[in-house]
Design a protein around this ligand. Structure first.
Ligand SMILES: [Zn+2]
Ligand SMILES: [Zn+2]
Length: 244
C-alpha cells in the first residue's frame, strides 16, 4: 500500500509538474532545492498513509471487516452520490479543525511548518507534511470505511478527488476556469486560488474541499491572485539569468 500511495503521488505530482512546465514555463525555476525537500517529505508521508490503508485493504479482502461494498444493488443507487458527499464533507470537517489546530504556535513549529516551508508550494508539495501531520491525515478515510457504507467505485472517486485537489491546490496556478472559481460555485468550493491565499497569509482559508467551515467560523480570507508567487518566479528567473 505504501508503494501504491508513493507511486500515485509520483505520477500525479509529476503529471501536474509537467503540466506546469508546459503552461507556465519557469514557474518553478530556482525552487529545485525546495522541490527535493517536498518530494522527500511526501514519500515519507506516503509510507505513513500506506499503513492504515494496508490494514483496511487486508481487513476488507480477508475478513470483510469494513463497510466497503462492491455489489451495485446492495444499496439504493441514490446512496452513491450521498456517500461520496458524506465522505468529502466529513474529511473536510476533520481537515479544517486539525489544520486550524496545527496553526497554534507550538504545533506549527513542531509539525505544520514543514508544509509551509514551501514558499510558494509546487505540485510536489501535495503530501509534503511532517510525519505527525501525515498521521492525522492518514487515518480519516480508513476510519470512515468502518463506519459509513461506500461502494468501492465511490471510494476510488473519493481518493481520486483527494489526490487531484491535493496536487492542484498547490501547483501555483489555477486549473479551473475563471467562471467557476469566481462564480457561484467558487463561493463554496476550494481550488488553488483559495488555498494559495492560505500559503501567502499563513492564516485563514483552512478548509480542504469546501469553504463552509471557513465562512461559518469567520476564517475565510477570500481568493488569492498568485501575484506573489508569479512575481517571485519572475525574480528568480531574472536572478538565474544574471548568474548565467
Ligand atoms: Zn496551514
Ligand atoms: Zn497547503
Amino acid at each position: 500500500m505504501t508503494a501504491i500511495v508513493g507511486v500515485r503521488y509520483l505520477i500525479s505530482s509529476g503529471g501536474f509538474a509537467l503540466a506546469t512546465r508546459l503552461k507556465h514555463p519557469g514557474l518553478y525555476r530556482g525552487l529545485e532545492g525546495q522541490m527535493r525537500r517536498e518530494i522527500g517529505w511526501s514519500l515519507a508521508s506516503a509510507a505513513i498513509y500506506g499503513i492504515p490503508a494496508g490494514i483496511v485493504a487486508w481487513g476488507w479482502q480477508a475478513h470483510g471487516w469494513t463497510r466497503i461494498y462492491s455489489d451495485w444493488n446492495a444499496l439504493p443507487l441514490w446512496y452513491l452520490p450521498v456517500s461520496l458527499f458524506a465522505y468529502l464533507l466529513i474529511h473536510d470537517t476533520w481537515f479544517y479543525w486539525t489544520h486550524r489546530w496545527m496553526h497554534r504556535p507550538a504545533l506549527f513549529r513542531l509539525a505544520h511548518s514543514v508544509h509551509h516551508d514551501s514558499r510558494p508550494p509546487t505540485a510536489w508539495a501535495a503530501m509534503s507534511f511532517h510525519p505527525l501531520e501525515a498521521i492525522t491525515g492518514a487515518v480519516v478515510i480508513p476510519a470512515l470505511v468502518f463506519l459509513i457504507p461506500i461502494h468501492v467505485a465511490m471510494l476510488g472517486l473519493v481518493l481520486a478527488l483527494m489526490t487531484l485537489m491535493g496536487v492542484g491546490n498547490h501547483m501555483g496556478w489555477e486549473m479551473f476556469p475563471r467562471a467557476l472559481v469566481h462564480g457561484p460555485a467558487g463561493r463554496w468550493l476550494i481550488t488553488a486560488t483559495h488555498h494559495e491565499r492560505h500559503h501567502a497569509a499563513y492564516r485563514g482559508n483552512y478548509g480542504l474541499y469546501f469553504r463552509f467551515w471557513d465562512k461559518a467560523c469567520g476564517t475565510d480570507i477570500g481568493l488569492g491572485d498568485f501575484g506573489g508567487s508569479l512575481d517571485a518566479a519572475h525574480r528568480r528567473r531574472k536572478r538565474a539569468a544574471a548568474e548565467g
